[in-house]
Ligand binder design. Structure first.
Ligand SMILES: *Cc1c(COP(=O)(O)O)cnc(C)c1O
Length: 379
């Protein structure tokens, strides 16, 4: 079955009690048992909820996985993956990734004795060199946030498989429409469903998709033991968002390409970071592992200062100045002071994330209006 059909029908069984075509919002904390231990597979809503189950089934299907697990946020999903580990274990992570992931690793988990080593994963040889006997997990994000760097998922998976190490890919920026890491050898895919999966900037949620039953059982145990589960209303919203993922993504990609080309020719723009340019460092890998290039990009002005960037950031009228991404509306963001403020400045600059960098989440509005808005803001 092709993606568009899967997206519409994934996990969508008519409700068994009424035939409702949409899975109802089962707003309940518990389920009545006919005799002790006799129930319909549902005991307590932290462990099981039918709305969450419909969503988790859909999530698995759209990522070509066997299992899906939903969490109360993207970072809660990441948190669950790290809880597979024990003190003394090491994680090899990309040095250019979502600021909240870095914060969770460095400020929360390091003190429990888990070691994190940050490397440039755009060259897979670095991954092979970094793996030590203590390494249990490799964590990558591609394309990265906000520099749009591309890592070869298949290349990294070949290394982690050989070393007997788990590979988790944060697929938030690409969405399952553009890229399916499980097909390329990843063990776990993580999404902030807050972004493209939800798609309407109205819910916080995260998820994991995977194929291995034993790993799924461990992660399900963590999900119910630690309790970071999403409520049924939020599950309903993401389930509904997923139904238009392919339509939204098509427009995000069209608009993204159009805006990236426009910015690149703008006399005041120094550099545009977008993985659809043939001269992008890892363009061949992006072409190989992605179906299209999406609506996320960053750029710097010739005057690469926080002041010049701030002027643009406060002048757009259609692009709203806000954190987050992947919704139908276009957003503009200043990574240095907003999404990536938790990364020390020195570390940021070293990784190429300058004070003047501006990130765009190009929405599904009319591309001409978006270009006009950027034109008046850049001046
Ligand atoms: C937003 C985001 C997260 C965190 O997800 P939340 O839903 O905000 O907890 C993780 N990774 C990436 C790439 C993100 O954009």
């Amino acid at each position: 079955m092709k993606l568009a059909t899967k997206i519409i029908h994934a996990g969508a069984e008519p409700d068994p009690s009424t035939g409702a075509i949409m899975t109802p919002i089962y707003q309940t904390s518990t389920y009545v048992q006919t005799a002790p231990g006799q129930h319909k597979g549902y005991e307590y809503a932290r462990s099981q909820n039918p709305t969450r189950k419909a969503l988790e089934d859909a999530l698995a299907i759209i990522e070509n996985g066997k299992f899906g697990l939903a969490f109360s946020s993207g970072v809660a999903a990441t948190d669950a993956v790290i809880k597979l580990l024990a003190p003394g274990d090491e994680v090899i992570a990309a040095n250019d990734m979502y600021g909240g992931t870095y914060r969770l690793f460095s400020k929360v988990f390091e003190k429990f004795g888990i070691k994190f080593t940050y490397i440039d994963t755009t060259d897979v040889a670095n991954v092979a060199n970094a793996i030590s006997p203590a390494t249990k997990l490799v964590w990558i994000e591609t394309p990265t946030n906000p520099l749009m760097n591309i890592t070869d998922i298949e290349g990294v998976a070949a290394i982690t498989k050989k070393a007997g190490v788990l590979l988790c890919v944060d697929n938030t920026f690409a969405s399952p429409y553009l890229q399916n890491p499980l097909d390329l050898g990843a063990d776990i895919v993580m999404h902030s469903a807050t972004k493209y999966l939800g798609g309407h900037s109205d819910v916080i949620q995260g998820c994991l998709m995977l194929n291995d039953q034993a790993l799924r059982d461990q992660l399900y145990f963590i999900q119910k033991s630690c309790g970071a589960v999403p409520g049924p209303m939020d599950c309903f919203l993401v389930l509904r968002g997923i139904k238009t993922l392919h339509l939204r993504m098509q427009r995000h990609c069209e608009n993204g390409a159009s805006i990236a080309q426009y910015l690149r020719t703008h006399p005041k723009v120094e550099r545009v970071y977008w993985c659809g340019f043939p001269d992008h460092h890892n363009y061949d890998i992006a072409r190989k592992q992605m179906r299209d290039f999406g609506g996320m990009m960053s750029f710097t002005l010739k005057d690469d200062s926080a002041e010049a960037a701030t002027k643009v950031l406060s002048s757009t009228k259609i692009f709203s100045l806000a954190e987050s991404l992947g919704g139908v509306e276009s957003l503009i963001n200043h990574p240095a002071s907003m999404t990536h403020a938790s990364i020390p400045r020195e570390e940021r600059i070293k990784n190429g994330l300058s004070d003047g960098l501006i990130r765009l989440s190009v929405g599904v509005e009319d591309a001409e209006d978006l270009k006009d808005d950027l034109a008046q803001a850049i001046g």
